[in-house]
Ligand binder design. Sequence first.
Ligand code: GAP
Length: 456
Amino acid sequence: MSENITTIEEIISLCKRRGFIFQSSEIYGGLQGIYDYGPFGVELKNNLKGAWWKAIVYERDDVEGLDSSIITHRMTLKHSGHEDTFTDPLIDCRDCKHRMRADHVVNNKCDNCESQNLTEPRNFNLMFRTNLGPIDNGVNYAYLRPETAQGIFTNFKNVLDATSRKLPFGIAQIGKAFRNEITPKNFIFRVREFEQMELEFFVEPGTDEEWHQEWIKNRLKWWQSQGLSPENLKLQPQSASELAHYSKATTDILYRFPQGFEELEGIANRTDYDLGSHTKDQDNLKIFSKVSPNNNSTTKLGGLNSETKEYRLPFVIEPSGGLDRGVLAILTEAYTKEQLENGQERIVLKLKPHLAPIKIAVIPLARNNEKIVSKAKEIKQSLQKFGIGRIRYEDTGNIGKGYRRNDEIGTPLCITVDFDTFEGDTETVTIRYRDSMLQERIAINDLEKFIRNYFL
Ligand code: GAP
């Protein structure tokens, strides 16, 4: 029997205990809103990234990849609108000095001491500023990017020239983004350093609304294919007051996190806002809504329509998902507590096999038996070559403990080498399935075929 109510504390505890996610700089008291991914967290995160890249870049013929820099030119973020408008309203409690986002304050009370002695809201820019070079003269600064998208827009012409793409086509990027959030919270849900999986999909103006709907459907389906169940996912169009400064329409994909339904990904219609903002008005391009007259950019980020031969700025549809929020959603969905017949409780992460940090644990039943140990190591090395992900040799010396640990990190299969391995004409091992806990005996010679069928 399984129970589905998972608390954030249970997830945090599992992540620490089993090596998924740690508080950053913990030994010095920790950095608020910053986390490190441990041995199993990094595998899970890389697997989720890989699944996104496969679906967005490899399985389509209309998307190119990019990896642009994190440190971003000040002018990029000036003309994108972030320097002036990427702010959250900040309120201080005059009594306990606690700081809050004004839009998170309930009943005009401090959420730390309940005082109503609060300041008026003031705008706080979320971007981290840094210096280029050794001298801080107040003007040579740059920013850590608050979204990966701007690197895509500023490279639009480079990619277009290098690949000769025609509309519609997209540029995809996965990478770090930084926001000095006023109140980071809910573990890795709202943090100050995080990763985004972003696609900027450039389309002919006029076809944007149709493409927007297409991408909303596509992205919802993809999250389901990563194991999130339909009843835990919801689409929510943003109201006019919620829209970012660049957006004509945005629909959020919400997931039922432990704290309730919240945004996992946003799919925005950014129109020609960004390409226009980064284009200098040198050829009377004011006809486009956002072409910037005071811009010192050297490039027109548009192109000729091959039929009409007219210059135009593409519109862009942007599915932008949070990788860390994706990891949290997947952990929330997979975390399962089961009561076993013997009265004990089992915690198991029911991850899809392609996301599991460890695909197979190979366990020797007796760690002091040379023959068993070397056979287990040999199997680990040969399975590793199949390219399905990480296979782990697990030498706990206690088979029960080995299974429990692997259940908790979501390993779909354990292979045990025991004394029976060497009985009979062919060598055999036991395969134990994570979800059903069923075991079966299989010939070592058949392992490759079995594993390929299971994972690929
Ligand atoms: N380029 C568009 C953009 O950045 P956004 O809605 O601000 O849009 C996109 O961010 C996604 O990035 C969000 O849906 C969320 O998953 C993730 N994200 C945003 N802020 C975050 C934060 N402070 N911590 C973790 N993830 C965050």
